[in-house]
Design a binder for this molecule. Sequence first.
Ligand SMILES: C[S@@+](CC[C@H](N)C(=O)[O-])C[C@H]1O[C@@H](n2cnc3c(N)ncnc32)[C@H](O)[C@@H]1O
Length: 270
Amino acid sequence: MKSKENSEFHKRSKDELNNFIKKLELQALETAEERIPLYLKVGLKDAESILDVGCGSGTVTRDIARLTKGKVVGIDGSEDMIKVARDILKDYKNVELHVGGAESLPFDDNMFDVVTCNLLLMWADNPQQVVNEMARVVKSGGKVLASLEPDYGGKLHFPENPKVDPIFAGKAIKEKGGDPHIGRKLRLLFVRAGLETKIGIGNNRIWSCEENKSYYLHARDFYVKALKDAGVSEKEIDKWEYEYLKSLDEGVQLNFFPQFYAIGRKTEDL
Ligand SMILES: C[S@@+](CC[C@H](N)C(=O)[O-])C[C@H]1O[C@@H](n2cnc3c(N)ncnc32)[C@H](O)[C@@H]1O
């Protein structure tokens, strides 16, 4: 079995864990403009109980806790991540955290007004079972939200690099045990879970070259490691990085991939 970068199956070293947490923090910051409108759309403000599945280090759960007066429950399969989340969320009295698998949620049927997940389904072993579980624990009439599930098949960028591009267009994610095409599967997963479903794309803005550069520099270790793991030589990596940064400094690089979301409503008779 491949080691799954983000799941409890993979024990990280202290450095790996710290880097991963930093990456999640940065991602949460940069995607807030896409996620917050979705949280409002599913009625987070007036919800009394919210479950955030695969809450990781809790940065996204913190956004949720800030937007509601309701009780927020976070759950993640990794004890390490929940430990960090406990620290990040220690001042939020309306948050409760659990270690547990998303494929078999330790909650009764019809318990929550809103159930969310962010960047989870891509990494889940059985995403259909996860969505089924989210649908089970949400109340009748309540909403299930999967925010920001990417589809690297829709990745567009220019100028191109024929050696490196396919690696970042999904190969690297697949190698780590993730599904680079989860975005296109969201409708099927939600409909099969019996939810009345709406699908959309959360990111409708193309990042500026400055934003791309800042993200690249923060996440450089991950990019370089992915290229090394894919067998690209150091010389080729250096050349690619030089060209990539040059295109960003010139302000000519365009980089985009769709981040899909799904909102499912549990109908009374489910
Ligand atoms: C990419 S991280 C996203 C974390 C958080 N939602 C965020 O957006 O910052 C994915 C998280 O899902 C968790 N995860 C993956 N598969 C899981 C499963 N089957 N059950 C519970 N958690 C799972 C991982 O431990 C990891 O913390």
